[in-house]
Ligand binder design. Structure first.
Ligand SMILES: [Zn+2]
Length: 435
């Protein structure tokens, strides 16, 4: 796709004279335009107020047809394509719908994926609202929306694939690996490699909920710029666990973020509308839709975060809400033993903000209950070592010292993977990132 877009830009350049194009790109750039867009040559057909920056005499460049999944989408067209992972029995293919909105004018390809975990419903609604809210006349570039990536899990109300693996631990996948790995490989190579930027939508894992937040590798300049498009959405720095779609896309040079919002198994209107507003703002930020409203409030950044865990078993009752600011020593909640009636208080070990929390439920010692973000200024961002943080907070060695050196072909078994908590389908200890 990049090659194709490059060809578009080249032909436009020939038509208009290359110097002219370069000059107009410079003029149209705003201080907010991400540098990677300039590198890709996407900047900026229209300035933020919709006024043509190249002057009235120059014709608008037109998009080339967009090729995806063996289909051709013409400029100004909205199409429903389908992707099949070929992982079903006896030729009973399950087609995964892929929505494509292809603007009349050239621009980036933004991909939005949801329900890689089949029980995470908010993202499905976010994709629907964003995709069907696009006015093709206003669109520069292409938006690809995949509302339900893990359609097998969705049909069973399950986070997982039919082989009980977590698809979001197997990207970019392997053509000859396990079923999960093959599905990941097919999705990555059929769709993701055609994206110039990716937003992967998630919620907390079962019986946990997340404040709407981005997970993003803030050490990567292009990704850091992408996070500036989401308005007042909280940003939590993390480079992303190996095997996640976000990490695999970023490793392939495609700036990617995860947008977490709410809890699984429910449609939550407030979380959905936050997600829709933030992605529409991103469309404006990327120069793809000047009429989408830009959410200009600054984003709070959390460079560090930590889970507070239960030390005893019992029934959890919370005193704090998502988004609450808490002080060190403040009461977060109680755990009550239903047999002995003893009650234990959970207090915050940090000044910070509640970014995620467990819902009221029976908990065991070690269960992650509150996810607290510790706010940072963008200026103070430093390269971050998760092992160093772990060793500062716990007695003992970092459990994932070689995380960066995992053999890509090694099919990791979640049951023995310290990064991702407990065993396969062990929701109760899943408190890793990209829930
Ligand atoms: Zn998820």
């Amino acid at each position: 796709m990049r090659r194709q877009i490059f060809a578009v830009i080249t032909s436009v350049g020939l038509a208009l004279a290359a110097t002219c194009v370069i000059a107009s790109i410079d003029e149209a750039s705003s201080p907010h335009d991400p540098p990677w867009l300039a590198v890709l040559g996407y900047l900026t057909v229209e300035s933020a107020n919709g006024v043509q920056a190249t002057g009235d005499l120059e014709p608008e460049p037109l998009s080339q047809p967009f090729e995806l999944l063996g289909e051709t989408v013409l400029p100004g067209d909205f199409r429903r394509l389908s992707w099949s992972d070929n992982q079903t029995f006896a030729g009973l293919d399950v087609a995964v719908p892929v929505l494509v909105a292809h603007g009349n004018r050239p621009g980036p390809v933004l991909c939005i994926t949801a329900a890689i975990h089949g029980d995470e419903l908010n993202g499905i609604e976010i994709v629907r609202n964003v995709m069907f809210g696009i006015n093709l006349d206003d669109l520069n570039g292409t938006v690809v929306g995949v509302p339900i990536v893990n359609i097998h899990g969705f049909q069973r109300n399950s986070r997982y694939l039919p082989d009980r693996r977590d698809l979001n631990r197997f990207f970019p996948g392997n053509q000859t690996g396990s079923s999960a790995s093959r599905i990941a490989h097919s999705f990555f190579n059929s769709i993701v490699v055609h994206c110039d930027a990716l937003v992967d939508l998630h919620t907390g894992s079962l019986l946990r909920t997340n404040l709407p937040q981005l997970r993003a590798d803030l050490n990567n300049e292009a990704i850091r710029d992408l996070t500036r498009g989401f308005g007042a959405t909280v940003v939590l720095h993390s480079s992303g666990a190996e095997g996640t779609l976000r990490r695999a896309a970023s490793d392939a040079g495609i700036p990617a973020v995860t947008l977490e919002a709410g809890e699984p198994m429910r449609f939550q209107p407030d979380e959905v509308s936050h997600g829709v507003r933030s992605i529409r703002s991103l469309l404006n930020h990327l120069g793809m839709d000047a009429r989408a409203s830009l959410w200009e409030e600054p984003r709070p950044i959390y460079y560090r975060s930590s889970w507070v865990r239960a030390d005893i078993s019992g029934i959890l009752s919370s005193r704090v809400q998502l988004g609450d600011t808490v002080k060190k020593g403040e009461l977060l909640g109680n755990i009550t033993d239903p047999i002995t009636n003893t009650r234990t208080e959970i207090v915050s070990p940090y000044h910070g903000r509640i970014l995620g929390k467990a819902l009221g439920q029976a908990v065991m010692p070690g269960y992650a209950v509150y996810h607290i973000g510790i706010e940072t200024t963008e200026e103070s961002l430093q390269p971050f070592d998760p092992c160093e943080q772990f060793e500062q907070q716990h007695d003992g060695d970092c459990p994932w010292p070689d995380i960066g050196e995992v053999d890509a072909d090694f099919e990791r078994n979640p049951a023995i993977d310290p990064e991702h908590g407990g065993g396969i389908e062990d929701h109760r200890d899943f408190d890793g990132e990209d829930g």
